[in-house]
Design a protein. Sequence first.
Lengths: 432, 212
Amino acid sequence: MASRTVMRPLRLSEVDHPSSLVMRFGLDEPLPLDCGVELAPFQIAYQTYGELNAQRSNAVLVCHALTGDQHVASRHPVTGTKGWWETMIGPGRPIDTNRFFVICSNVLGACMGTTGPASTNPATGKPWGLDFPMVTIRDMVRAQAKLIERLGIDSLFCVLGGSMGGMQVLQWAASYPERVFSALPIATAAKYSAQNIAFHEVGRQAVMADPDWRGGRYIEAGTRPGKGLGVARMAAHITYLSEQALHRKFGRNLQNREAPTFSFDADFQVESYLRHQGMSFVERFDANSYLYVTRAMDYFDLAADYGGVLANAFQDSKTRFCVVSFTSDWLFPTSDSRATVHALNATGGSVSFVEIATDRGHDAFLLDVPELFATTGGFIDAAARARKLPQAKVAEAKVPEAKLPEAKLPATSGVADRETPHLPQGMPEQAR
Amino acid sequence: MSAVLPAQADAATKRVDHLTVADMVEPGSRVLDVGCGDGALLQLLAERRNVDGRGIELSQAGVNECVASGLSVIQGDADTDLVAYPDDVFDYVILSQTLQATVAPRTVLEHMLRIGRRAIVSFPNFGHWRIRAHLAFRGRMPVTEALASAWYDTPNIHFCTIRDFVNLVEVINARMETAVALDQAGRPVRVNAPWWFWNIFGEQAVFLLRRK
C-alpha cells in the first residue's frame, strides 16, 4: 500500500478524495488513450442535479472549460464561490433542473477529483506528475462516456458546454452520434488555432520556468510554482476578455492612487485586476493539470480524425445542433463556429446558429447575457418537445427577456461591472 | 408553363405569397428558406407539406424566434453564406421577398439553383401600375404599403420588374416551371394574361425555377 508522505494543501485536498460524487474504474476497465497508454485504474468526479426520469431520457451532460470543474451549479469546495454556470443551470434556468437530470464531471487530467497529474499514481504511491500520460479531448469524452454508461443512460438529451466544453460537445456528437439527442456547443471551435496554441505555450513556459515547479515534482518537494502559474493565468485571462471590455471597465484608470508612482507597482487598475486573477487562480488549480489540459486543447482538431473533412465527423448525424458564438470573442471567433455550421450544413444536419452581439469577449458564455439564455432556452424547449419530455411550467420560467438591450440590464457579474478591480464579486473565475 | 392557384381559403390568416409558395412544394421534400424571418413560411411548410426545413436569417431576433419554435435556422446572409453549401442538398431553395435586398441577386439565384434542384423566388414587382404612376406623376421614388421605406433607408437595393426577372432567368439559363403574379388583394392575376399585363397588375410574383 502506498503511504502518503506529504501534507497536501487545500487546493489538492480534492484530488484523490473529492467532496463530490466519484465513479471508480478498476484495473479490469482500462481507458484506452489516444497516446497509446491504457489508463487503469482511474476515477471520475462528478456532480448531478435534478432527477433522472423513468425512461432515462432527460439527462443533460455539461462539459466544463479549461479550468472549470464539476461544481457547475453548487458551491465550490475550495473557493466557496457559487457554481460557475448557475445563470444557465438550475431551477427555472434554460437547463432547468426541475425538468432535466444534469450531470457535470471533472475532465480527465484536471485536479478536482478526476484522475490527473496531481492524483496518486498507484504504481509509485506518489503524485503522477509528468509521468501522467498525455490526454486529449477525445480521451476526456471517452471517460465521460464510461461514466454515462455506468449511470445507465443510453442516450443523452443534451450535451452542452462553452470553450473547451464546446470542444467536448463536438467530440461527443462525432464519437457517439446515436447517444446525443441535441448538442449545444458555445464559443468554441472544431480545431484549436495557431494563435491559441501560441498563448497556451506562453503559459506553459511560464509554469515550467518557475524554479518551484521542480520538473513537475513540486508536490513532493512541498513547493508550488505559483508565480509561473499566475503569469500563465494572467496572459490567458486577457484572451478571455475584449479590448472594448477592458477599455470600458478599466481604461487607463489608476488603482487607489492619484498619480503614477514611477515604479513597477500595480499603478493601473487593469494590472491590479490581472494580478488578482493570477493569484486567486493558483489557490485552486494544479500547475501540472494546467499543462495537461491546455495541451489537450492544442491537440484538438476534429476534422483531422475524419480525413481532414469536418463534415465527415457529422455524417448521418441525427443530433440537433445549436451553435452559438459572440461577436467580440477573439479566442474562438465566429468564423470558427461558422466552420462547424458549414460542415453540419454540408451533411444536411439539423443545425441552428446564433452570433450574439456583445463586447464581453469569450467570457460572455459565463456571464448574464440574456440573448444567450433566450437562444439556448428556446432550443432546449423545442428539443424537449421533440423528445416528448414535459414542458416548462410557465410560473417556473425565469429565462430573462430576450430583447432587452444589454446596457440597460442591472449587471451583477463579470469584469464589466466591477468598481474595485482587486476585489471581484461574482466573477465566474473558476470556469474557463 | 402553367400557373397554380394559391389556397384562397387560408388567405385571411396566412400570407398569400406563403400559401402560393407552399402550393409549389412537393410534400416531404427538403427545403432551405433563405431570409426566413420569424420562420412563418417554414412552419407553414412543415404543417402543410411535411417538409424537412432549414433557414437562414440575418436578424438575431428572427433566428431566436425560429430556434425557439424548433426550427433549424442559422444566422447568416444570402450574399455570403450560400457559397458554403454543397451542391444538390435541397429539393427547394426558397427566397421569399428577399431578392431585392441582396447585394448580388444573380449570384444568389445561381447558388440557389446549385444547392437545390428547384428554386422558388417571390419578390415585389417594381413594374406594378401604382409604382409606375407614383414615379410618373409625383416624380419621386415610390413608397407604397408593400414597399414602405424611403429610398435612403430601404433595405431593398435591387428592385426589378416581373419582366426583368424573366430576363434574368434566361440569362442564368434556368427554366421557369411555374409563375404566379398576385394583385394587390393577393389574388392571382388572370392565368392567360400576357406578360405585359402581369407586369402592370401583379403587385408581387412567385416563380418556381429549375436548372435546365
